[in-house]
Design a protein around this ligand. Structure first.
Ligand SMILES: *[C@@H]1O[C@H](CO)[C@@H](O)[C@H](O)[C@H]1NC(C)=O
Ligand SMILES: *[C@@H]1O[C@H](CO)[C@@H](O)[C@H](O)[C@H]1NC(C)=O
Length: 404
């Protein structure tokens, strides 16, 4: 358990420049449709998979009934393609009436009744990325609409604008959401500016609760690997702005989709936990394979992701090509350690090292737990003792090291 005094201290001094709206104090968790369901609006021929209130109600039901909600999954996120193609006569956004017959407020009430929160998508420019009405020229009005609809999260995209406008309009939406008085998690896809500069991320952190760090995730292993290699480079040192209310977002989880092996699914979940990333499942929860579900519901990994310090991991070493990542946890001198093997040459990589070599130097030693094991098997290690690790190709070993 985190020490309360420490938490209060963190809240006061830890991240003075993060957006101060009281949300996303740990990485948000939930469901987001985009990667898996895209812009499928064909409810005539594909009624069970099209972007409609039915889909989100069903996902909310499963999150609430199949053990996800109790583990922290709480946001049901609607991505692009939900609105009508045009605003109403007063300039208000309206949901597509065929696909959302009860409107967003109706869906919001349903999702809240299940003990969950509802998120929506809009765009800072003239149109959304998929061509629906954007918020440019309507920012205040749209913020008020979102509050009226009792929404809890806004994903604000960055298509169809220019850098000069977006530099004004992303902060304006931040202020407009604040002015509604409703705490709404604000995630902005503010791509303009030099993403190799640290100032890009401090600016995001000042106005937004979270922001994307890299390309849209596709349903493929190379896509997941690309994110991990991007974090390994850490251009602009975005990792250091990670903290309560200030969340780096490498995009959705594709665990339970079509492309990843069991080891690769563990790698995505483990590394996203290490990154202190949002855990947005973008898969069909109705047909989730049991082993994928067991990964998504692994309490030990979720606890690392939700650690109240919200520090992102840094890659500190490469040993025989295996990356060693360290994430500081809230308890002093405790860490999550990931050994990630990017090799795909068919045989597990075996390593023997000391904890001191990977900078774990507490003289009393550590209780180390292999987090992905079903059963906790804590074992004690001194910094100078030998520590053996075997990592499968494209796989991960995730260890929690608690000082004795
Ligand atoms: C609005 O901003 C102020 C000042 O940072 C903050 O105290 C308040 O909690 C914010 N309110 C909402 C609803 O975001
Ligand atoms: C942005 O503003 C600068 C300075 O006023 C100007 O030189 C530039 O052309 C503008 N860019 C766009 C895309 O409008």
């Amino acid at each position: 358990m985190a020490d309360l005094g420490l938490l209060v201290l963190l809240a006061c001094v830890g991240v003075s420049q993060a957006l101060n709206n009281g949300v996303a104090l740990t990485p948000p968790m939930g469901f987001l449709d985009w990667e898996r369901f895209r812009c499928n609006t064909d409810c005539v021929n594909d009624p069970d998979n099209c972007i409609s209130e039915k889909l989100f109600m069903k996902m909310a039901d499963i999150i609430a009934e199949e053990g996800y909600r109790e583990l922290g999954y709480e946001y049901i996120g609607i991505d692009d393609c939900w609105p009508s193609k045009s605003r109403d006569a007063d300039g208000n956004l309206v949901a597509d009436p065929e696909r959302f017959p009860n409107g967003i407020l109706g869906l919001s009430e349903y999702v809240h009744s299940r003990g969950l929160k509802l998120g929506i998508y809009e765009d800072v420019g003239t149109k959304t990325c998929a061509g629906y009405p954007g918020s440019q020229d309507y920012i205040k009005q749209d913020a008020e609409t979102f509050a009226k609809w009792e929404l809890d999260l806004l994903k604000f995209d960055g298509c169809n604008t220019d850098p000069n406008r977006s530099a004004i309009h992303f902060p304006l939406m931040s202020q407009s959401l604040n002015a509604t008085g409703r705490p709404i998690l604000y995630t902005c896809e503010w791509w303009s500016g030099d993403q190799t500069q640290h100032s890009h991320y401090t600016r995001n952190s000042e106005y937004c609760n979270s922001w994307r760090t890299f390309n849209d995730l596709e349903d493929s292993w190379p896509s997941v690997l690309g994110v991990i290699q991007h974090y390994a480079k850490n251009a602009g040192d975005f990792i250091s702005v990670s903290g309560p209310g200030s969340i780096n977002d490498p995009d959705e989880l594709i665990i339970g989709d079509f492309s990843l092996s069991y080891d690769q699914e563990k790698t995505q979940f483990g590394m996203w936990a290490m990154f202190a990333a949002p855990l947005y499942i973008s898969a069909d929860l109705r047909t989730m394979r049991p082993e994928a579900k067991s990964i998504l519901q692994n309490r030990g990994v979720i606890a690392i992701n939700q650690d109240p310090l919200v520090k992102g991991a840094n890659m500190i070493k490469e040993i025989q090509n295996v990356q060693v990542w360290l994430k500081p946890l809230v308890k002093p001198e405790s860490y999550a350690v990931a050994f990630f093997n990017p090799n795909s040459d068919g045989t597990p990589t075996r390593m023997s090292l000391t904890l001191a070599y990977i900078t774990l130097t507490n003289q009393n030693g550590y209780n180390d737990t292999n987090v992905f094991d079903d059963v906790y098997k804590p074992s004690m290690y001194k910094p100078s003792g030998q520590f053996n690790v075997t990592v499968n190709p494209t796989g991960i070993v995730l260890v929690k090291a608690m000082p004795l």
